[in-house]
Design a protein around this ligand. Structure first.
Ligand SMILES: CCC/C=C/C(=O)SCCNC(=O)CCNC(=O)[C@H](O)C(C)(C)COP(=O)([O-])OP(=O)([O-])OC[C@H]1O[C@@H](n2cnc3c(N)ncnc32)[C@H](O)[C@@H]1OP(=O)([O-])[O-]
Length: 357
């Protein structure tokens, strides 16, 4: 009799496991298909780029961007500072500890000027842009350039209102370039804090206009573009810094969740051997080097920041930033030491030089 019960109990538990397995697999299929990231729909790695991208430039240009709000606290400012390597080599570095800790309380921490690039993140969905008239493969999107004008130092916490507009759209044949301008106002005072212009390089999305007269629109002065000549002379200062293998995983916590920086499979489809570093993280490292070597730790001397991302950076690589001083302009170039390749270049304009220079 006991054997019969044992046999029945065994059958019931077998049935339970079969049902559990069946439901969990079906649930997983339903769940994953309904929560797909935009790039997950494009499942063919070899899908022709032209096939997956279509552009209607008039529709893109006519788009009115909604206002976005970005709220940050002292904690966000500190997590960002750690994400761009502040105190990464020396936890008591007197030039950098002020971005993560203040003896009188966290409300006194200072905010790095490159933090402002995060204000425009509201225009992106998982690090990708979604506009009517713009159809492209989001896995092939790269950050091309960033231009930042700073009008006043940022408070340690704030609510920021962003007004976004299209600043440029270009057909480069193999790629389309989209430029978004974000003016950020402090909600409480209504004061303009900064302006960010982000250049987004959409690989494979070009060729939407007549190739003998490619479409090109921009509404800002040419001298704000970061393409410039790197001097042949010896640099005024050189700063070497290590990124950590986990750098992109830490940096993404500041709000750019594009899986290109965390997911090995997405990185491979995008053409990289592993996830790459966010361009704005590399820019944060380079500007920190300039604050340290040229501004002598005083970030408030920075007026304008401009950078072009020349090549990807893999987390864990060593960044060497070379700086040349031309009046109140710092021209800089950042190289990856391990590959001896330039990955970023641009300029930083200062209000004044520190007296100790
Ligand atoms: C946004 C938020 C999401 C964030 C994502 C990331 O962080 S991704 C990680 C961070 N980002 C990265 O890791 C990206 C690193 N950068 C790269 O991989 C490459 O530079 C590239 C693929 C962007 C372009 O290379 P290529 O060989 O295909 O280009 P080419 O030399 O043949 O020039 C073609 C045309 O494009 C122009 N142009 C060129 N470069 C740029 C630029 N950066 N910028 C703007 N424009 C640029 C150039 O002037 C030329 O026009 P022209 O003069 O003929 O009218």
């Amino acid at each position: 009799m006991r054997k019969v019960y044992a046999f029945q109990a065994f059958n019931y538990s077998l049935l339970f496991y079969i049902l559990f397995f069946f439901f969990s697999v079906s649930f997983k299929i339903i769940f994953t298909s309904s929560s797909k990231a935009p790039w997950a729909n494009l499942n063919s790695k070899n899908k022709s780029m032209a096939e997956s991208s279509r552009f209607d430039h008039d529709l893109v240009l006519a788009h009115k961007f909604p206002e976005t709000t970005y709220i940050y606290t002292e904690r966000d400012a500190a997590v960002y500072a750690l994400g761009v390597g502040a105190c990464g080599r020396n936890a008591i570095d007197s030039d950098e500890l002020k971005y993560v800790y203040h003896e009188d309380g966290q409300q006194f921490v200072q905010v790095l000027p490159t933090f402002s690039a995060l204000f425009s993140l509201g225009s992106l969905t998982n690090g990708s842009i979604d506009l009517p008239g713009l159809q492209y493969d989001p896995r092939l999107l790269l950050h091309g350039q960033q231009y930042i004008q700073i009008y006043k130092p940022f408070p340690s916490s704030a609510s920021v209102i962003n007004k976004v507009s299209l600043a440029g759209l270009h057909d480069k044949g193999k790629a389309a370039i989209l430029e978004l301008e974000t003016k950020s106002y402090e909600k409480e005072s209504g004061e303009l804090l900064c302006m960010n212009r982000s250049t987004i390089f959409l690989r494979g999305a070009g060729g939407f206009s007549n190739s003998s007269h490619p479409y090109s629109y921009s509404n800002y002065p040419k001298n704000q573009a970061p393409a410039l000549k790197i001097p042949k002379s010896q640099p005024f200062a050189v700063f070497e810094d290590c990124t950590q293998p986990s750098q992109a995983l830490l940096y993404r916590l500041s709000g750019d969740y594009n899986p290109l920086h965390s997911d090995p499979m997405i990185a491979e489809v995008a053409g990289f051997s592993r996830p790459i570093l966010h361009g704005l993280c590399s820019l944060g490292f380079a500007v920190r080097a300039i604050i340290k070597c040229i501004c002598r730790g005083d970030a408030n001397t920075i007026k304008t920041i401009s950078g072009r991302f020349l090549l990807h950076v893999y987390p864990g690589e060593t960044l060497i930033t070379e700086m040349w001083l031309e009046g109140l302009r710092v021209i800089y170039q950042t190289k990856v030491k391990e590959r001896n390749q330039a990955v970023l270049s641009g300029f930083v304009d200062l209000h004044h030089l520190t007296s100790s220079l």
